[in-house]
Design a protein around this ligand. Structure first.
Ligand code: FPP
Length: 232
């Protein structure tokens, strides 16, 4: 009898952690770790698309990451801009639909324009949806959702459906699987609403070392889990 209790996840979310430690272990600057992290993003997108995953949400930059030294936030913004350029070139070839979730505050006008163009130009693609969580915080998302809902001048109290309908990407199903790399075991203000019943998978692998094989390991582990959603 198969021990696979679940079909493959449709939506996988990843907290990509460990770029700094990867660099430190090699006596390299942190920026080198982030560059390798960007390569791991590329590999993981390809692997997820090949596995038939429908949605992949990647935590690329948190609202709290602004507290890092300016050299590091500059490096991350620079890499982000290069990633946007790269996917503007390649997303159609890979049939990727790109979404971006987060606050627009503090992002420069050039990056905002590139984000908007990429989302618009890939909106009709039918392959993997890559949802980049960028300048993202889950608490901020929930406050924004409440404010958007209030702006509809509701006559009734807020329901679960009302709140869910005003999140950044209400059309996406909740992730069945949340992966965090680098051995840390916390949520760090990521998808607090959407991961209410997600299966959590923690791996010691540092993000720059993550690849398709590691993704397959996580998915297999998920498929063996018994999910109960609060029932028995
Ligand atoms: C955590 O490593 C990772 C981040 C701060 C953000 C993720 C960024 C990338 C994967 C690279 C760029 C990708 C895109 C899409 C622009 P850390 O610096 O917190 O590592 P540490 O905990 O070992 O210090």
């Amino acid at each position: 009898m198969s021990d696979l209790l679940n079909p493959p996840p449709q939506h996988v979310a990843i907290i990509m952690d460990g770029n700094g430690r990867w660099a430190q272990r090699r006596a390299l600057p942190r920026s080198a770790g982030h560059r390798e992290g960007a390569a791991a993003v590329r590999r993981t997108i390809e692997a997820a698309a090949k596995m038939g995953t429908r949605y992949l949400t990647l935590y690329a930059f948190s609202t709290e990451n602004w507290s890092r030294p300016p050299e590091e936030t500059d490096t991350l913004m620079d890499l982000l801009e290069k990633t946007l350029d790269e996917y503007q070139q390649n997303a159609d070839k890979q049939d990727l639909r790109i979404l971006i979730s987060g606050s627009r505050d503090k992002l420069n006008a050039r990056i905002l324009a590139k984000m908007d163009r990429l989302v618009r130009s890939t909106a009709q693609n039918k392959g993997l949806t890559v949802n980049l969580a960028l300048n993202y915080g889950a608490r901020q998302e929930l406050v924004a959702a409440v404010n958007r809902w209030l702006a509809t001048r509701p006559a009734q109290p807020c329901t679960l459906q009302d709140l869910a309908a005003h999140l950044y990407q209400p059309q996406l199903p909740d992730p069945e699987l949340l992966i965090r790399t680098s051995g840390e075991q916390r949520l760090s203000n990521f998808l607090l609403w959407q991961c209410a019943y997600s299966e959590l998978y923690f791996t010691p692998v540092l993000w720059p070392d993550f690849n398709g094989q590691e993704l397959q390991k996580a998915v297999l582990d998920y498929r063996r889990r018994q999910r109960r959603f609060g029932g028995i």
